[in-house]
Design a binder for this molecule. Structure first.
Ligand code: NI
Ligand code: MN
Length: 226
């Protein structure tokens, strides 16, 4: 598995011979100005919830790439109305075997509406089993005891968690989440993009080190091998 950071909560995951993009919000993210949006190739786009900072580039990227969009039933219906018909709707607790691996849609404690106010269903995260690895992408979420279910149900190797606080859990709660999901390899997301979620990188680094966790605060455009 290879993971490239596109800023905020957007990543490119390359696994099972496919390109999978999470939560595209790139063009209006000033921090991600070095990402060449037009050259992004995707076979699948996974969408955690409807908020603009996760979906603003969704329709354009789906059109550009011809990717299949994996999302809630409600976001699927909204996309269909906007002319995107290559969609795969899921809901919490559901699993589907795709050609690159298995995707589980899991609980996220967050809200979900589309930018035009349309109800987006419940917010979600994803557990992806592919290339003999298990990756948890939580989406926007609070710390929730449901994460203990993930820790007992899966052997998670790497987890992508929000650390920016205010709209999601902050870094201390992400550290507790790491215990509950039984995974010490954490990749940070949902930080620094707006004033509300700016973090002190050194403080966060030190906190995770003190708790014996491997935290990666990815630089935009950088690729890490999982
Ligand atoms: Ni959100
Ligand atoms: Mn968000």
């Amino acid at each position: 598995m290879q993971l490239t950071y596109y800023g905020h909560s957007s990543f490119l995951l390359q696994t099972g011979g496919k390109n999978i993009v999470f939560d595209p919000f790139i063009k209006n993210n000033e921090l991600a100005s070095e990402i060449d949006f037009n050259s992004i190739k995707a076979d699948f786009i996974l969408v955690s919830h409807g908020h603009f900072d996760h979906t603003e580039d969704l329709i354009e990227l789906a059109n550009q790439t011809g990717a299949t969009v994996v999302c809630s039933w409600e976001i699927h219906a909204w996309l269909n109305k906007h002319g995107i018909t290559k969609t795969h709707p899921m809901n919490l607790g559901g699993r589907w075997v795709f050609d690159f691996g298995t995707v589980h849609m899991v609980y996220a404690a967050h809200s979900s509406s589309l930018p035009d106010g349309t109800y987006g269903g419940t917010a979600a995260g994803f557990v992806i089993e592919s290339d003999k690895k298990v990756l948890y992408y939580s989406g926007d979420t609070a710390l929730t005891k449901d994460m203990e279910i993930l820790g007992s149900r899966f052997n998670i190797n790497h987890a992508v968690l929000p650390i920016g606080d205010n709209f999601t859990m902050g870094y201390q709660d992400a550290c507790v989440a790491s215990d509950w999901i039984k995974c010490n390899n954490i990749i940070a997301m949902h930080f620094d993009t707006f004033g509300f979620i700016k973090i002190n990188h050194r403080e966060v680094d030190e906190y995770f080190k003190q708790h014996n966790k491997n935290l990666s605060i990815p630089a935009i455009g950088k690729t890490i091998t999982l």
